[in-house]
Design a protein around this ligand. Structure first.
Ligand SMILES: Cc1cc2nc3c(=O)[nH]c(=O)nc-3n(C[C@H](O)[C@H](O)[C@H](O)COP(=O)(O)OP(=O)(O)OC[C@H]3O[C@@H](n4cnc5c(N)ncnc54)[C@H](O)[C@@H]3O)c2cc1C
Length: 399
């Protein structure tokens, strides 16, 4: 802590976003305190662990890889399917708890202090010329801290964002997952199921995590049927039976995925990051890559703002930075997702049939990129303009 009991940065949340931002700020010589409400980093896990190796650019921890994936199968509601097989690795499955722990250790090694079991209640005074006041609670009771910058990396329900008057992400999709063991079938292929009865508004997944284990899960639009019930149906889904008929559930987890970024991620001395800012890929629901990328932008801008001194501190460079890097991709993804939400099961079946052409399958296998799906979508629409009939007016207007 610097003079006068003021931290350069207080980071709420020791998920990947918070730990990477904390590490980068500490590396630049700033005093950084990370507050995590749980007593252990990385638990509970709310993730299937499917990422690309790009996440190791921000958190160099390849030892967290549990499985390598080269194949994918898309299963339409009728059972019609397409199978993709790439000559190279397309994604990996990581042990998310271990990954989060490594990210936190790296922050500590860089000089950040981590306090577990401490919950951030809210922030005030963040718009003035004085350091912000961060109200926290832990077993020892309540206390206030002061910080030049507050990073709200405290997930979808961000207390920092709420107290700073920032609007939360507009659209949250509930998700539910089961860890399975005793799973059969190829261990290098992820299976995606679509359809109104399976996962309305999104999709379900069976992701092999190695040694006969897998994560079976889904996200869906909020509605009268809870995500948990859809998961129950998935466990009995005949399309999955060849793989999971002998499987046993080892645990459940649930969470929400924010699929639309916040309108503003900055207010005075406060910056929202990761899920708190809705920095998640809307088509896949993946947020580890985007959160860690934005954390690098956040730390750079926050460090410059702290270093500039002066009473009026501006984090606008962060807002501009992450939107310049990922804004277009997230916007395109969001609009494409919205368009496909209205596709009926029959149309989905037709869509899968249309994709089932050697040239298109080769294109998807070669150019599919989990982190930047818009590139493939644009190529597909160009090669098979018939697909445009499923998309919304915005997407059509691009072609
Ligand atoms: C079911 C499901 C499956 C998913 N699967 C994938 C996947 O396969 N691949 C992928 O890339 N993404 C996946 N995601 C998304 C991914 O998990 C998130 O986008 C990612 O964790 C975001 O990182 P974060 O650091 O912003 O937030 P989080 O990882 O949520 O971390 C936030 C941290 O803040 C802490 N916290 C919360 N409130 C407070 C508070 N008030 N005070 C102090 N600490 C607080 C929390 O305990 C937590 O440790 C999935 C999400 C769900 C729900």
């Amino acid at each position: 802590m610097t003079g006068g009991g003021v931290w350069d940065a207080v980071v709420a949340g020791a998920g990947p976003a918070g730990s990477v931002a904390a590490r980068e700020l500490a590396r630049r010589g700033h005093s950084v305190l990370v507050l995590e409400e749980h007593h252990e980093v990385g638990r509970p896990v709310q993730c299937a662990g499917l990422v690309t190796r790009r996440v190791f650019d921000a958190v160099p921890a390849p030892e967290c890889v549990q499985n390598s994936l080269t194949g994918g199968e898309l299963l339409a509601p009728t059972g019609r399917s397409i199978t993709l097989r790439a000559p190279v690795e397309k994604a990996v499955v990581i042990d998310r708890a271990r990954f989060d722990r490594r990210a936190a250790e790296m922050a500590i090694d860089a000089g950040a202090r981590l306090e577990l079991g401490t919950r951030v209640i809210g922030v005030s005074g963040h718009e003035g010329g004085e350091p912000a006041v961060v109200e926290v609670s832990s077993r020892g009771g309540r206390r206030s801290l002061r910080a030049r910058v507050v990073v709200g990396a405290d997930g979808v329900q961000s207390s920092v964002g709420r107290s700073a008057g920032l609007q939360p992400p507009g659209e949250l999709l509930p998700g539910f997952e089961a860890g399975l063991c005793g799973v059969e079938g190829p261990g290098d292929t992820v299976r995606i199921l679509v359809g109104r009865e399976v996962a309305p508004g999104f999709f379900a997944w069976l992701i092999p995590s190695g040694e006969g284990r897998a994560v079976l899960g889904l996200c869906c639009e909020p509605g009268p049927v809870p995500a948990r019930e859809y998961l129950g149906r998935l466990l009995g889904n005949p399309l999955l039976s060849p793989y999971i008929r002998r499987a046993r559930v080892t645990g459940y987890c649930c969470g929400s995925v924010p699929v639309s970024p916040v309108r503003r991620s900055v207010s005075g001395r406060v910056a929202l990051l990761g899920d708190a800012a809705g920095q998640v890929k809307p088509i896949s629901g993946g947020g580890v890559f985007t959160a860690t990328r934005c954390a690098l932008a956040c730390a750079g801008a926050a460090s410059a703002a702290i270093g500039a001194g002066g009473r009026r501190l501006s984090l606008d460079a962060y807002e501009r930075g992450w939107r310049a890097e990922l804004g277009r991709e997230l916007r395109f993804g969001r609009r494409l997702r919205r368009a496909f939400v209205n596709v009926t099961d029959r149309q989905m079946d037709e869509l899968v049939r249309m994709l089932d052409r050697p040239a298109l399958l080769a294109l998807i296998s070669a150019r599919g990129d989990l982190d930047f799906p818009s590139k493939l979508a644009k190529l597909l629409f160009r090669q098979a303009p018939g697909l445009l009939k499923f998309s919304g007016a915005f997407i059509k207007s691009l072609f």
